[in-house]
Design a binder for this molecule. Structure first.
Ligand code: ZN
Length: 315
């Protein structure tokens, strides 16, 4: 008698408690956001902080053009409240899978939030655009501000928190943009040429006034040919470019072929390092953040291309 009585009281107490708890819990960080690349996860984190659970599908060294979704990824995508991806065909096949989830949940293509006049045309596919928008720091800042507005639409309770975070992070990106500009200006004018494995740096080149050459095209799906190698070799030798670059998410084979080609023509070019192009560094390191990846790239680019320039003295 006594027990069953308590049971009834308990269940009466529990039911209203459960109802009052669930919206509060959601507000406290139950939103589950799944991002494709590390750069996007970093952007989302800087906007929402700890208000959501954020996960990334493509880790360090992963090439988004060639990436195929695993069973685990599909489960995460299904479970997500919000999916943020780059779009403009960066994610290849996976982009198609994500688009199909559009009807069931909030799906945001971050790069596609930008106005069309911000894009660089994809020279390989007519009517398509270059998806590597993140290397123009100012443009990335703009995309983050637009992303913030989209996230606020789905989570208006946190509007002022997201807005304040976005303002704070935008200021950091303004300083980063200025720092990149200042550093790139240290490279002698005729050496401002960035040769990399694939065409990931066109936005970087436009923003910071560098000539950019990739051996493979905008997507790593297209293979490079011998003719591409020999054209690039001629260009490097003619312009006496001191350094070329591999990328952390692309095979070194292509750039090594260019290096050998230059050496056989008597031009001693060096590999100036491995740049973070379509993936960031390890989580928990400075290079595992967007700001860190840009810093690391710029340092390698400036030191490699300023290699043979003499240091001037003031006296
Ligand atoms: Zn790429």
């Amino acid at each position: 008698m006594y027990w069953s009585h308590t049971k009834i009281i308990l269940s009466i107490l529990i039911i209203p408690l459960a109802f009052s708890c669930s919206p509060k819990e959601k507000k406290e960080g139950q939103t589950y956001i799944v991002c494709t690349t590390g750069m996007i996860k970093d952007a989302v984190e800087n906007i929402v902080g700890s208000k959501a659970k954020i996960e990334v599908l493509m880790g360090p060294g992963v090439d988004p053009h060639l990436y195929k979704a695993t069973q685990g990824d599909l489960k995460k995508l299904q479970a997500a409240d919000i999916i943020v991806y780059n779009g403009l065909f960066l994610e290849g096949k996976m982009g198609e899978i994500i688009q199909k989830l559009n009807r069931k949940k909030t799906v945001i293509a971050m790069a596609e939030l930008l106005p069309k006049n911000a894009y660089i045309n994809n020279t390989e596919f007519q009517g398509a655009y270059d998806p590597h928008i993140w290397f123009d720091v100012k443009l990335w800042k703009e995309a983050i501000q637009l992303l913030s507005e989209e996230l606020i639409k789905t989570d208006s309770i946190n509007q002022s928190f997201y807005q304040n975070n976005t303002i704070t992070y935008s200021t950091q990106l303004d300083s980063l943009h200025q720092a990149v500009e200042n550093h790139i200006n240290l490279i002698p004018e005729n050496k401002k040429v960035l040769v990399t494995a694939h065409d990931a740096f066109a936005y970087f080149g436009r923003a910071y006034k560098m000539d950019v050459r990739g051996l493979q095209g905008i997507s790593t799906l297209s293979e490079f040919g011998l003719r591409d190698v020999s054209n690039l070799v001629d260009f490097i030798v003619e312009n006496e470019i001191p350094a070329i670059y591999t990328e952390t998410s692309v095979s070194e084979k292509a750039i090594k072929a260019v290096l050998e080609g230059c050496k056989s023509k008597g031009h001693d070019v060096i590999i100036g390092g491995s740049l973070y192009s379509d993936a960031m560094g390890k989580e928990g390191t400075f290079e595992g953040t967007y700001v860190g990846m840009v810093h690391s790239n710029v340092e390698k680019i400036v030191s490699g291309l300023s290699n043979n320039s003499k240091t001037e003295k003031n006296d």
